[in-house]
Design a protein around this ligand. Sequence first.
Ligand SMILES: Nc1ncnc2c1ncn2[C@@H]1O[C@H](COP(=O)(O)OP(=O)(O)OP(=O)(O)O)[C@@H](O)[C@H]1O
Ligand SMILES: [Mg+2]
Length: 234
Amino acid sequence: MPLLDVRDVHAAYGLSRVLFGVSLQVARGECVCLLGRNGVGKTTTMRAIMGLTPPTAGQVRWQGREVTGWAPHRAARSGVGFVPEDRRIFADLTVWENLEVAQRAAAREGRWNFESIYQLFPKLRELSARRGGNLSGGEQQMLTIARTLMGSPELLLLDEPSEGLAPLVVEHLLEQVRLLRDQGLTILLAEQGVDFSLALADRVYVLEKGSVRHSGPAEELRRDEALRNSLLTI
Ligand SMILES: Nc1ncnc2c1ncn2[C@@H]1O[C@H](COP(=O)(O)OP(=O)(O)OP(=O)(O)O)[C@@H](O)[C@H]1O
Ligand SMILES: [Mg+2]
């Protein structure tokens, strides 16, 4: 049984239809990547899973139970952690305070606490007295991920973590997400950055105009440049 099972999900913003029957599965311990250009529906797929944009048709199943359109706080409480693309940290609070708020809000006990977070992100320990608004883009991304980890998710939805970051910062972030993956955390990653995704993913789904155009092992795309180009370049 997959941990997450998305079956033929449709979604819309008002009258504007965006997803047209997206199906995908994520097994425990897997790192799965949603690839695709601007505006193909990667974020909407994650929002549909979280219940932020409830599907208009289809099913979302979590650990074998149907949860389609559940409330986002229920998703979080049930172990689905969402790291949105817009890095919503509290700019006026320090790094430590941001993490403390997340810890208080966490409805689940798990292996994540200040100590384990600071071990994964030593930089955040150094910056613990700095205000969120004074962090660099890469530091804010770390803090956003750290905050979500405080809720001890079983599945981490990571939306475009590398967006807008300098190449060296992306390298560093990649190492940290790889550590999370190697520690057994299940990850669904949405990325336009092909190198970033293929460096991490076990399997990929390539979206195009709100549908799955291709799915398969990441290895296939790593090996086959022609396939990669045909699926992912304009
Ligand atoms: N709040 C919204 N209201 C109306 N339309 C929206 C809204 N958010 C997204 N859309 C539209 O839905 C489509 C899919 O958007 P979505 O954000 O899911 O794509 P994406 O693959 O995440 O893109 P990106 O790579 O830019 O993050 C796009 O055409 C977008 O313009
Ligand atoms: Mg997006």
